[in-house]
Design a protein around this ligand. Structure first.
Ligand SMILES: *[C@@H]1O[C@H](CO)[C@@H](O)[C@H](O)[C@H]1NC(C)=O
Ligand SMILES: *[C@@H]1O[C@H](CO)[C@@H](O)[C@H](O)[C@H]1NC(C)=O
Length: 337
């Protein structure tokens, strides 16, 4: 355990020194079928999510009136001034008999929170503004070439993520769900665009106010397009799904099809997407960017204990079986699949 954590810490420290890379853990806040960004007011929303961050997460978080940094009383993130909410779909396994079960998440290497996700803010210039929201990817997508760059799956051969390293979405990482069993589960990466129009904190599709660099990439220092001239930190999520309980091939479909599904009923994986609602207190994020913060401890920011982050949870709003401890006849909300 100790060795594993220190290997990860060294690797992260090297990355951090090179990149001004904030990397911090956020424990699971809740698993709930609500989506205040895409389906505000819908209870339940069309599909199930796993959510981290401030506990003011709710069915509706009306822009302008709901400020997560003042309405939350705790956050599941270790940086305790971060009341933002970060969420993605869940992953389910469908056994040969048609029953489904939720694939659990596990804590990432070197972090002490419980399940949840790892959040990165990489090499920021200007932090995004209060009320800022965004969406990347599309749950309705079923085409590999429409998955934005920076969203992908890594089939880990062991829980030590060894061999460790390689930038996300390089090497043998895939846009599709891994097609074979993975001895160390999946590492799923969701990266947001890093150019902002500098005016709108949101847009009707939750995407038009942000963009990718016009040439090159964020990593290569590519310029932002004139329509979206403001460079914001690159926000990235890493989610570790522990698929090991589902590695018995006798439970996989006899026809060789994919047994894993996003909670929106997609077994290609191409519907990979992530949601973001900014909720940093005051100018904490800007201070972190100006201070070139790295890792999960940085002087301008306050950090709570892992135990306090783990203690911040929120009960389900859409009360239903999630499929964590027992097999369900269908993924919640996906009765037609
Ligand atoms: C969620 O919203 C409802 C009303 O829409 C409100 O009564 C409730 O207190 C809110 N919960 C949280 C945790 O903010
Ligand atoms: C379906 O298969 C799973 C995995 O073998 C098993 O645990 C579950 O009880 C089965 N469900 C039904 C309804 O038979």
């Amino acid at each position: 355990m100790q060795l594993k954590a220190s290997i990860a810490a060294v690797a992260v420290a090297q990355l951090a020194a090179a990149q001004e890379l904030m990397r911090f853990g956020c424990s699971q806040l809740s698993i709930d079928r609500i989506d205040p960004l895409v389906n505000p007011g819908s209870l339940p929303s069309p599909h199930m999510h796993q959510i981290i961050g401030g506990n003011s997460f709710n069915v509706s978080m009306t822009p302008g009136s709901h400020d997560p940094s003042t309405e939350s009383t705790c956050t599941s993130c270790t940086y305790s001034e971060d009341f933002s909410n970060y969420w993605t779909a869940n992953v389910y396994f469908k056994a040969r008999n048609g029953s489904v079960k939720r694939v659990p998440q596990v804590t990432n290497l070197g972090l002490g929170v419980k399940a949840g996700m790892t959040v990165y803010y990489i090499r920021g210039y200007q932090s995004s503004a209060k009320g800022f929201r965004m969406l990347v990817g599309d749950p309705a997508n079923r085409a590999a070439n429409k998955v934005p760059s920076g969203l992908c799956f890594r089939c880990e051969s062991n829980m030590q993520q060894s061999p460790f390293g390689g930038a996300p979405c390089t090497g043998s990482d895939t846009k599709a769900f891994p097609k074979s069993t993975c001895g160390g589960g999946w590492r799923v990466t969701v990266t947001f665009p890093s150019c902002w129009d500098g005016k709108n904190t949101d847009s009707p599709d939750h995407k038009s106010h942000i963009a990718y660099p016009s040439s090159g990439t964020f990593e290569s220092g590519g310029a932002c397009p004139s329509s979206h001239p403001v460079k914001i930190p690159q926000v990235m999520y890493e989610i570790m799904y522990d698929t090991r309980a589902f590695n018995n091939k006798a439970e996989w479909p006899a026809d060789g099809s994919q047994p894993f599904y996003w909670s929106h009923g997609d077994n290609t994986g191409y519907g990979i997407h992530g949601d973001y609602v900014f909720g940093w207190k005051g100018d904490a994020l800007q201070k972190a960017m100006d201070g070139k913060c790295s890792g999960d401890r940085c002087a301008p920011l306050k950090r709570q204990s892992d135990a306090d982050a783990i203690a911040c949870t929120k009960g389900q709003t859409a009360r239903e079986d999630i499929g964590t401890d027992k097999w369900l006849a269908a993924i919640p909300g996906q009765t037609e699949m």
